[in-house]
Design a protein around this ligand. Structure first.
Ligand SMILES: Nc1ncnc2c1ncn2[C@@H]1O[C@H](COP(=O)(O)OP(=O)(O)O)[C@@H](O)[C@H]1O
Ligand SMILES: [Mg+2]
Length: 253
Protein backbone atom coordinates (compact mmCIF):
# COMPACT_ATOMS: atom_id res chain seq x y z
CA UNK A 1 0.00 0.00 0.00
CA UNK A 2 1.46 3.40 -0.89
CA UNK A 3 2.37 5.57 2.09
CA UNK A 4 0.48 8.87 2.24
CA UNK A 5 2.93 11.78 2.08
CA UNK A 6 3.14 13.96 5.16
CA UNK A 7 3.82 17.05 3.10
CA UNK A 8 3.10 17.70 -0.53
CA UNK A 9 3.63 20.92 -2.44
CA UNK A 10 2.37 21.38 -5.98
CA UNK A 11 3.41 24.16 -8.33
CA UNK A 12 4.42 26.44 -5.48
CA UNK A 13 5.22 29.90 -6.79
CA UNK A 14 6.39 33.19 -5.32
CA UNK A 15 7.66 36.09 -7.41
CA UNK A 16 9.13 39.32 -6.06
CA UNK A 17 8.51 41.74 -8.90
CA UNK A 18 10.47 40.23 -11.75
CA UNK A 19 12.41 37.81 -9.51
CA UNK A 20 11.07 34.27 -9.73
CA UNK A 21 12.20 33.30 -6.23
CA UNK A 22 10.17 30.06 -6.18
CA UNK A 23 8.93 29.08 -9.59
CA UNK A 24 6.63 26.07 -9.52
CA UNK A 25 8.12 23.77 -6.91
CA UNK A 26 6.50 20.38 -6.40
CA UNK A 27 7.80 17.76 -4.01
CA UNK A 28 6.56 15.49 -1.28
CA UNK A 29 7.96 13.83 1.78
CA UNK A 30 6.88 11.12 4.17
CA UNK A 31 6.76 11.29 7.94
CA UNK A 32 10.08 10.67 9.69
CA UNK A 33 12.12 11.73 6.70
CA UNK A 34 15.08 14.10 6.84
CA UNK A 35 15.13 16.17 3.67
CA UNK A 36 17.99 18.52 2.86
CA UNK A 37 17.54 21.39 0.42
CA UNK A 38 20.63 22.57 -1.42
CA UNK A 39 21.36 25.02 -4.21
CA UNK A 40 23.42 28.11 -4.95
CA UNK A 41 22.81 31.50 -3.36
CA UNK A 42 19.56 33.00 -4.58
CA UNK A 43 18.13 29.64 -5.70
CA UNK A 44 14.99 30.18 -3.62
CA UNK A 45 15.70 27.86 -0.69
CA UNK A 46 14.84 30.38 2.02
CA UNK A 47 11.74 31.53 0.14
CA UNK A 48 10.57 27.91 -0.10
CA UNK A 49 11.01 27.52 3.67
CA UNK A 50 9.17 30.83 4.17
CA UNK A 51 6.26 29.58 2.05
CA UNK A 52 5.92 26.24 3.81
CA UNK A 53 6.20 27.82 7.26
CA UNK A 54 3.59 30.48 6.48
CA UNK A 55 5.97 33.41 6.83
CA UNK A 56 4.93 34.39 3.32
CA UNK A 57 1.91 33.27 1.33
CA UNK A 58 2.45 31.81 -2.17
CA UNK A 59 1.20 33.51 -5.34
CA UNK A 60 -0.07 30.14 -6.49
CA UNK A 61 0.29 26.42 -5.91
CA UNK A 62 -0.74 24.30 -2.95
CA UNK A 63 0.71 22.96 0.29
CA UNK A 64 -0.97 19.86 1.66
CA UNK A 65 0.07 18.78 5.16
CA UNK A 66 -1.29 15.56 6.63
CA UNK A 67 -4.04 15.53 4.03
CA UNK A 68 -5.15 19.09 4.77
CA UNK A 69 -4.77 22.16 2.55
CA UNK A 70 -2.62 24.56 4.58
CA UNK A 71 -1.51 26.74 1.65
CA UNK A 72 -2.82 30.01 2.98
CA UNK A 73 -2.27 29.56 6.71
CA UNK A 74 0.05 32.15 8.26
CA UNK A 75 2.85 31.38 10.74
CA UNK A 76 0.50 30.90 13.69
CA UNK A 77 -1.83 28.74 11.65
CA UNK A 78 1.08 26.64 10.43
CA UNK A 79 2.40 26.18 13.98
CA UNK A 80 -1.06 24.99 15.05
CA UNK A 81 -1.07 22.57 12.14
CA UNK A 82 2.30 21.22 13.33
CA UNK A 83 4.81 23.03 11.11
CA UNK A 84 7.50 25.21 12.70
CA UNK A 85 10.80 26.72 11.70
CA UNK A 86 13.71 28.27 13.47
CA UNK A 87 14.29 31.93 12.82
CA UNK A 88 18.04 32.33 12.96
CA UNK A 89 18.15 33.69 16.49
CA UNK A 90 15.38 36.29 16.23
CA UNK A 91 13.29 34.48 18.83
CA UNK A 92 16.09 34.48 21.41
CA UNK A 93 15.84 36.91 24.34
CA UNK A 94 19.38 38.16 24.80
CA UNK A 95 18.99 39.57 28.29
CA UNK A 96 17.56 36.34 29.74
CA UNK A 97 19.31 33.09 30.57
CA UNK A 98 19.15 29.95 28.44
CA UNK A 99 16.76 28.38 30.95
CA UNK A 100 14.51 31.45 31.00
CA UNK A 101 14.41 31.41 27.21
CA UNK A 102 13.31 27.78 27.26
CA UNK A 103 10.73 28.42 29.99
CA UNK A 104 9.19 31.23 27.96
CA UNK A 105 9.15 29.10 24.82
CA UNK A 106 7.31 26.24 26.52
CA UNK A 107 4.96 28.65 28.31
CA UNK A 108 4.11 30.43 25.08
CA UNK A 109 3.09 27.15 23.46
CA UNK A 110 0.79 26.54 26.42
CA UNK A 111 -0.33 30.17 26.11
CA UNK A 112 0.46 31.01 29.71
CA UNK A 113 2.55 33.83 31.12
CA UNK A 114 5.48 32.22 32.92
CA UNK A 115 5.53 34.98 35.56
CA UNK A 116 1.91 34.32 36.46
CA UNK A 117 2.39 30.64 37.26
CA UNK A 118 5.51 30.72 39.46
CA UNK A 119 4.95 28.55 42.50
CA UNK A 120 2.01 26.78 40.89
CA UNK A 121 1.86 23.17 39.78
CA UNK A 122 1.88 24.18 36.11
CA UNK A 123 5.23 25.94 36.65
CA UNK A 124 6.77 22.62 37.67
CA UNK A 125 5.55 21.02 34.46
CA UNK A 126 6.88 23.86 32.34
CA UNK A 127 10.23 23.70 34.15
CA UNK A 128 10.39 19.95 33.63
CA UNK A 129 9.76 20.32 29.92
CA UNK A 130 12.29 23.16 29.60
CA UNK A 131 14.93 21.03 31.33
CA UNK A 132 14.11 18.11 29.08
CA UNK A 133 14.57 20.31 26.00
CA UNK A 134 17.88 21.52 27.40
CA UNK A 135 18.98 17.95 27.94
CA UNK A 136 17.93 16.92 24.42
CA UNK A 137 19.83 19.85 22.92
CA UNK A 138 22.91 19.45 25.09
CA UNK A 139 22.41 22.79 26.86
CA UNK A 140 22.29 21.55 30.44
CA UNK A 141 25.67 23.02 31.30
CA UNK A 142 24.85 26.53 30.10
CA UNK A 143 21.35 26.88 31.59
CA UNK A 144 22.26 29.86 33.77
CA UNK A 145 24.23 31.66 31.08
CA UNK A 146 22.98 34.38 28.77
CA UNK A 147 22.95 33.70 25.01
CA UNK A 148 25.78 36.24 24.63
CA UNK A 149 27.97 34.13 26.93
CA UNK A 150 27.69 30.80 25.12
CA UNK A 151 29.31 29.49 21.93
CA UNK A 152 27.73 30.15 18.54
CA UNK A 153 26.99 26.41 18.33
CA UNK A 154 25.13 26.46 21.64
CA UNK A 155 23.29 29.57 20.51
CA UNK A 156 22.09 27.72 17.41
CA UNK A 157 20.99 24.82 19.55
CA UNK A 158 19.09 27.19 21.82
CA UNK A 159 17.37 28.70 18.81
CA UNK A 160 16.36 25.24 17.62
CA UNK A 161 15.28 24.16 21.12
CA UNK A 162 12.97 27.20 21.21
CA UNK A 163 11.42 25.97 17.95
CA UNK A 164 11.13 22.43 19.32
CA UNK A 165 9.26 23.80 22.35
CA UNK A 166 6.35 24.29 19.92
CA UNK A 167 6.22 20.49 19.53
CA UNK A 168 6.13 20.58 15.74
CA UNK A 169 5.68 17.45 13.63
CA UNK A 170 7.60 19.08 10.79
CA UNK A 171 10.62 21.21 11.68
CA UNK A 172 12.35 23.47 9.19
CA UNK A 173 15.87 24.77 9.71
CA UNK A 174 17.47 27.31 7.40
CA UNK A 175 21.25 26.82 7.44
CA UNK A 176 21.51 25.73 11.08
CA UNK A 177 25.32 25.63 10.97
CA UNK A 178 25.89 28.99 9.32
CA UNK A 179 28.26 31.11 11.35
CA UNK A 180 29.46 28.05 13.27
CA UNK A 181 33.20 27.28 13.10
CA UNK A 182 33.99 24.33 10.83
CA UNK A 183 35.27 22.18 13.69
CA UNK A 184 32.02 22.78 15.62
CA UNK A 185 29.68 22.07 12.68
CA UNK A 186 29.44 18.31 12.98
CA UNK A 187 28.93 18.49 16.73
CA UNK A 188 26.14 21.03 16.30
CA UNK A 189 24.48 18.94 13.61
CA UNK A 190 24.80 15.75 15.70
CA UNK A 191 23.04 17.44 18.59
CA UNK A 192 20.36 18.99 16.37
CA UNK A 193 19.53 15.69 14.74
CA UNK A 194 19.61 13.76 17.99
CA UNK A 195 17.03 16.16 19.41
CA UNK A 196 14.88 15.91 16.26
CA UNK A 197 15.05 12.11 16.32
CA UNK A 198 14.16 11.87 20.00
CA UNK A 199 11.12 14.04 19.38
CA UNK A 200 10.21 12.00 16.31
CA UNK A 201 10.11 15.14 14.16
CA UNK A 202 10.28 15.14 10.39
CA UNK A 203 12.72 17.76 9.11
CA UNK A 204 13.56 19.99 6.18
CA UNK A 205 17.04 21.45 6.47
CA UNK A 206 18.66 24.00 4.15
CA UNK A 207 22.41 23.45 4.17
CA UNK A 208 25.28 24.56 1.99
CA UNK A 209 28.01 22.36 3.45
CA UNK A 210 28.00 19.26 1.26
CA UNK A 211 29.98 17.21 3.82
CA UNK A 212 27.09 17.75 6.26
CA UNK A 213 24.51 16.97 3.56
CA UNK A 214 26.23 13.70 2.57
CA UNK A 215 26.54 12.60 6.16
CA UNK A 216 23.04 13.41 7.41
CA UNK A 217 20.49 13.56 4.58
CA UNK A 218 17.96 10.83 3.87
CA UNK A 219 17.06 12.64 0.70
CA UNK A 220 18.25 15.79 -1.05
CA UNK A 221 16.28 18.29 -3.13
CA UNK A 222 18.32 20.55 -5.39
CA UNK A 223 17.08 24.03 -6.29
CA UNK A 224 18.23 26.32 -9.04
CA UNK A 225 16.60 29.58 -10.07
CA UNK A 226 13.44 28.87 -8.13
CA UNK A 227 12.99 25.36 -9.48
CA UNK A 228 13.35 21.84 -8.12
CA UNK A 229 15.93 20.44 -10.55
CA UNK A 230 16.20 17.04 -8.93
CA UNK A 231 15.83 14.99 -5.79
CA UNK A 232 17.07 11.69 -4.51
CA UNK A 233 19.46 9.89 -2.21
CA UNK A 234 22.52 12.05 -1.48
CA UNK A 235 24.98 9.71 -3.19
CA UNK A 236 22.87 9.61 -6.37
CA UNK A 237 21.82 13.22 -6.68
CA UNK A 238 25.09 14.85 -5.63
CA UNK A 239 27.05 12.84 -8.17
CA UNK A 240 24.79 13.89 -11.05
CA UNK A 241 26.86 15.90 -13.50
CA UNK A 242 24.39 18.81 -13.92
CA UNK A 243 23.85 19.03 -10.16
CA UNK A 244 27.60 19.16 -9.54
CA UNK A 245 27.91 21.95 -12.05
CA UNK A 246 25.07 23.95 -10.45
CA UNK A 247 26.53 23.55 -6.96
CA UNK A 248 30.07 24.38 -8.07
CA UNK A 249 28.86 27.42 -9.96
CA UNK A 250 27.28 28.77 -6.82
CA UNK A 251 28.81 29.45 -3.45
CA UNK A 252 30.48 26.07 -3.25
CA UNK A 253 33.55 26.60 -5.40
N1 LIG B 1 11.49 39.75 0.28
C1 LIG B 1 12.10 39.75 -0.90
N2 LIG B 1 11.96 40.78 -1.77
C2 LIG B 1 12.55 40.77 -2.97
N3 LIG B 1 13.32 39.77 -3.43
C3 LIG B 1 13.49 38.71 -2.62
C4 LIG B 1 12.91 38.65 -1.32
N4 LIG B 1 13.28 37.46 -0.73
C5 LIG B 1 14.06 36.84 -1.63
N5 LIG B 1 14.20 37.57 -2.76
C6 LIG B 1 14.94 37.18 -3.97
O1 LIG B 1 14.50 35.90 -4.34
C7 LIG B 1 15.58 35.10 -4.80
C8 LIG B 1 15.67 33.84 -3.93
O2 LIG B 1 16.13 34.22 -2.64
P1 LIG B 1 16.28 33.19 -1.44
O3 LIG B 1 15.03 32.43 -1.31
O4 LIG B 1 16.73 33.97 -0.27
O5 LIG B 1 17.44 32.24 -1.98
P2 LIG B 1 18.44 31.26 -1.18
O6 LIG B 1 17.92 31.08 0.19
O7 LIG B 1 18.46 30.01 -1.98
O8 LIG B 1 19.77 31.94 -1.21
C9 LIG B 1 16.82 35.98 -4.72
O9 LIG B 1 17.01 36.54 -6.01
C10 LIG B 1 16.43 37.03 -3.72
O10 LIG B 1 17.13 38.22 -3.94
MG1 LIG C 1 18.81 31.39 2.08
Amino acid sequence: MPVEPMLQTSGLRKYFGGVKAVDGVSFSMTGGERLFIVGPNGAGKTTLVNLISGYIIPDSGTIIFEGRDVTRLNLTGKVRAGIARSFQLVNVFWSLTVLENLLIAVASRLRVNINMVRGLESYKEILEEALELAELSGLTEVLEKKPTEISQGDRKLLDIAITLALKPKLVMLDEPTSGVATREKFEVMNRVLKALDKLGATSIIVEHDMEIVKRYADRVLVMQEGKNIGEGAPSDILSREDVRRVLLGGAYA
